[in-house]
Design a protein around this ligand. Structure first.
Ligand SMILES: [Zn+2]
Length: 387
């Protein structure tokens, strides 16, 4: 009787396979080699990091993707990759924005995590921690703003994300970093793309999904480059990579899942980001080409050049005009009285973009938002500068 040959790793043909990459069963070692190789190639060829001693700012949030990003970067900097040990002469600096101040307010059982051992002992990369509330003259204004924003549709998460982006850009500019690396893998980028679309942020399609995207920071006209070097990887790749490579424990508390506490169990009203993330994850499970198809379609979209290119001081994206009646209706419930009131009585109403307006809709104390009352001086400076 013919004996069935044991299945072997498609790459090394010697070890037992344990994960599928691009339809091929491979072993643990070959998997790590593949991930490390993809990361290096992505940095070099897709993100254009080719100069010697180029400085990278690595944004770390404590989540799985950015943890993998920090770990891979450390291996590249110190040539500790398992396989291809060729060194890349880059300087990497980690920026961690500590959100404990908000977490403690919204999550009773919250326990802060200590990331210092991971960053210093495991990855040996220089890092800086910035408390999210530290850019506010009065930190309690931030909490007040979050309470004033609607619990529905991810407004609070979007607001926190904008504040974090301002901190990141400001830190990069002040410390001479042109390249800012974010950790989203391809599957996350695909979900982000859908949530940007559903929130009306169509103009940021480019920045949302490209390997690299550069823009001019309005305060000093310096160029900043946003990089997504993990775009070629999927959730399962990141999880398996971390299982093999890192000892870090992941927090049970993800900010976005708690800011809308009261509505998260009602699917119809739940958080947009998480609904779309679950949707993409389910699609990906059943149809493995989902992420690739979504991202490559997004790459083909080109934006029609706009006559005026004014920026919104909150999100720093291009501020577009409202084009159709449906947009107006989704925006303000057609409350022309309220619009007129805000237009006449607040300083910045006309400078805020469509999507940020949507984020602010049904917020309490709208005048305070549109007068940027109590906002970080950095954002007020931007708003005064922008036409
Ligand atoms: Zn905006």
């Amino acid at each position: 009787m013919q004996q069935k040959e044991p299945k072997l790793c498609k790459k090394c043909k010697t070890n037992k396979p344990s994960i599928i990459i691009q339809k091929d069963p491979v072993c643990q070692e070959c998997f790590i080699g593949y991930v490390e190789h993809m990361f290096k190639m992505s940095l070099r060829l897709k993100c254009n990091i080719t100069q010697k001693n180029e400085k990278l700012l690595i944004c770390f949030s404590g989540g799985q993707n950015s943890t993998a990003l920090v770990k891979m970067t450390s291996d590249v900097v110190y040539s500790t990759c398992a396989h291809n040990k060729s060194k890349m002469f880059i300087q990497a600096h980690v920026l961690y924005i500590n959100e404990s101040f908000i977490m403690k307010e919204f999550i009773q059982e919250y326990q802060p995590q200590d990331y210092i051992p991971f960053l210093t002992n495991e990855c040996k990369l220089p890092f800086q921690t910035i408390d999210i509330q530290s850019i506010y003259p009065d930190p309690y204004v931030l909490l007040q703003q979050l309470h004033n924003l609607s619990e529905f549709g991810s407004s609070r998460e979007d607001f926190v994300r904008l504040i974090k982006l301002h901190i990141i850009y400001d830190y990069a500019i002040k410390n001479g970093f042109q390249n800012i690396c974010f950790g989203q893998n391809g599957q996350r980028l695909a979900a982000d793309l859908f949530s940007q679309l559903s929130k009306g942020r169509g103009l940021s399609l480019q920045s949302a999904t490209k390997y690299n995207y550069s823009f001019v920071y309005p305060i000093n006209q310096n160029k900043l480059q946003i990089l997504h070097p993990l775009k070629d990887l999927l959730n399962k790749d990141i999880l398996y990579y971390l299982r093999l490579k890192s000892n870090i424990n992941f927090p049970n508390f993800i900010l976005g899942q708690h800011l809308s506490h009261a509505v998260k169990n009602k699917p119809a009203n739940g958080n947009i980001d998480h609904l779309l993330e679950q949707f993409i994850d389910k699609l990906q499970e059943g149809f493995p080409s989902t992420t690739f198809t979504v991202l490559s379609s997004a790459d083909k979209i080109t934006l029609k050049p706009l006559l005026q290119q004014n920026y919104c001081p909150l999100c720093l994206e291009i501020r577009d005009q409202v084009y159709n009646r449906l947009e107006v209706e989704t925006l303000d419930n057609s409350n022309q009285q309220l619009i007129n009131h805000l237009r006449n009585n607040t300083k910045y109403y006309n400078k805020i973009c469509f999507t940020c307006n949507r984020m602010l809709q049904s917020a309490r104390e709208l005048e305070k938002f549109y007068n940027l009352q109590g906002f970080p001086p950095l954002i007020i400076q931007l708003a005064d500068l922008i036409q």
